[in-house]
Design a binder for this molecule. Sequence first.
Ligand code: DQA
Length: 145
Amino acid sequence: MKKILVLHGPNLNLLGRREKEIYGTLSLAEIDGRLAKFAQENGFQVATFQSNSEGDLITSIHEAMGRYDALVINPAAYTHTSIALRDALAALDIPVIEVHLSNIYRREEFRQKSLTAPIAVGVISGFGVHSYLLGLQAAFNCISA
Ligand code: DQA
């Protein structure tokens, strides 16, 4: 069975309480639940992990090598700042899909640049929880071809 890892970056543990008008009312646990249901219905496995620490996210990316078939990541604020995260993603030999709950291109200028996007197969941004579900679908398509 194919295995996909979903990584959530900093502050996403506060979903449902944080800037609800931008990020919606679902908690991270509810989003993870939807991802698990989608994976089950489509016959693959999904694991999810959230960290506020850049180093922990990088370690998770390293550990994904040889263990997962694809990676879906919302790097959150590290999208715009982290060369280290980008380098870790570039070292992976599995498809990477970047997702964002909000549309980063209609927000502040500093959010409109993604350092990680050039490493990704594609980016899905602006559809709330559906960005994750579409990202998971895209990752599954990449490894099912
Ligand atoms: C985000 C967008 C980022 O700019 C922001 O720092 C986040 C969440 C999103 O999912 O819309 O924390 O990645």
